[in-house]
Design a protein around this ligand. Structure first.
Ligand SMILES: NC(=O)c1ccc[n+]([C@@H]2O[C@H](COP(=O)([O-])OP(=O)(O)OC[C@H]3O[C@@H](n4cnc5c(N)ncnc54)[C@H](O)[C@@H]3O)[C@@H](O)[C@H]2O)c1
Length: 341
């Protein structure tokens, strides 16, 4: 059983609009919900290549490609957003290694198009979805925003080039921007109709849940010989609703006159793949069969955030503090979606 159709919650013309590219995607839908609840009118702009039309229920949906400059300009002119939150992107590390040109075209050229269309119609405020994938390895240490930038794959490189475009447009077009470097976004909100699952899944927690649900018979664990506490890769998981609230905090930050800042968004705690499997088994009470495969190109052993800057300057603090709470919310979302206990 699928979730019931959404009741569209469209705010009237007096609420300030914010255009969210990728607003029908996993994180974009949660960002739109947070904007709606804060009194904004979110306008989702999405080509639905990986998004879910039903998830764009918090305001109007414009079906369009960020690589179509005239469609972008038309959406800006029609909806007159006070700001853009730019999340539309392709985001699979594995696919980016196989097809780097696609990542250059959608993530880099697409970002340039968004910035150029904003400049053409006079919108000066953007919050950009960046990623921890811009960093290189940092054995055992957490990463702050000054850590070495050395993307290990074309996806990370494309996100970094997007950040560099922000700086270039700041100089030429007086752009006010924030880039948010998300770590591993996870969890769900049963109100959002999007907890992942509308594109080939890349993220660990939904992949483990796919095994629990019997969609896949076991979980491939890529490498168990890394220099980590149990040999599997360590990642920092942050709840998608906490990522959404950071976008509001970033918008306020820009409204108060700040500009040109990059913030890490992570829980500041690292969990290994084995620990995530254990947590899913504890939360669901079901076994997760797994098997070891060889390392994947482009995977780093240890990626954990230092998010002190976001805490200090944005006043941001994740509400979901434990891995168990994040896993439980993802499990709730999947059970609500399928109607299965
Ligand atoms: N999920 C994570 O853990 C994570 C971590 C770091 C950064 N990010 C970034 O967050 C953003 C959102 O990621 P997500 O996990 O929600 O992915 P997602 O695939 O669910 O969302 C991306 C959305 O962009 C849309 N889109 C793709 N190409 C488009 C195009 N050419 N024109 C218009 N729309 C297009 C898709 O249809 C989709 O709805 C991305 O920029 C991603 O790089 C995600």
């Amino acid at each position: 059983m699928d979730l019931p159709p959404p009741i569209h919650k469209v705010r009237g013309g007096s609420s300030p609009s914010v255009l969210v590219t990728g607003g029908a995607g996993y994180i974009g839908a949660h960002v739109c919900k947070a904007l709606f609840e804060a009194g904004y009118r979110p306008v989702a702009y999405d080509d639905l290549s990986a998004g879910n039309e039903l998830a764009a229920k918090w305001g109007p949906l414009v079906v369009g490609d960020i690589n179509d400059p005239s469609a972008l300009r038309a959406a800006f002119e029609l909806h007159q957003p006070i700001a853009v939150m730019h999340l539309a992107a392709v985001c699979s590390v594995t696919e980016s290694v196989a097809n780097p040109q696609k990542y250059e075209r959608i993530n880099v050229l697409g970002t340039r198009n968004v910035l150029q269309a904003m400049a053409d119609v006079g919108i000066d405020t953007i919050i950009y979805s960046s990623s921890a994938a811009v960093y290189g390895d940092s054995p055992g240490n957490s990463l702050d925003e000054t850590a070495t930038l050395a993307p290990a794959n074309p996806y990370g490189q494309s996100k970094l080039e997007g950040e560099q475009l922000l700086a270039a447009f700041e100089t030429s077009d007086k752009l006010r921007w924030v880039a948010l470097r998300y770590f591993n976004v996870a969890g769900g909100d049963t109100d959002c109709l999007h907890g992942g699952g509308y594109r080939p899944e890349n993220n660990l927690i939904p992949l483990v849940l796919d095994v629990v649900k019997g969609k896949n018979k076991d979980l491939p664990v890529f490498g168990d010989d890394y220099a980590t506490r149990d040999g599997t890769c360590v990642r920092d998981f942050v709840h998608v609703s906490d990522i959404a609230s950071a976008h509001l905090a970033a918008l306020r930050h820009l409204e108060f006159g700040a500009r040109g800042k990059i913030f890490n968004l992570g829980s500041e705690q690292g969990y290994s793949v084995r620990e995530v499997i254990n947590s899913v088994e504890e939360v669901t009470g079901l076994a997760v069969p797994w098997r070891v495969e060889k390392r994947r190109p482009g995977d780093l052993p240890n990626v954990v955030a230092n998010a002190a800057l976001a805490r200090e300057l944005l006043g941001w603090k994740p509400r979901y503090e434990s891995l168990e709470a994040i896993v439980a919310s993802a499990w709730d979302w999947h059970r609500a979606k399928t109607g299965k206990a």
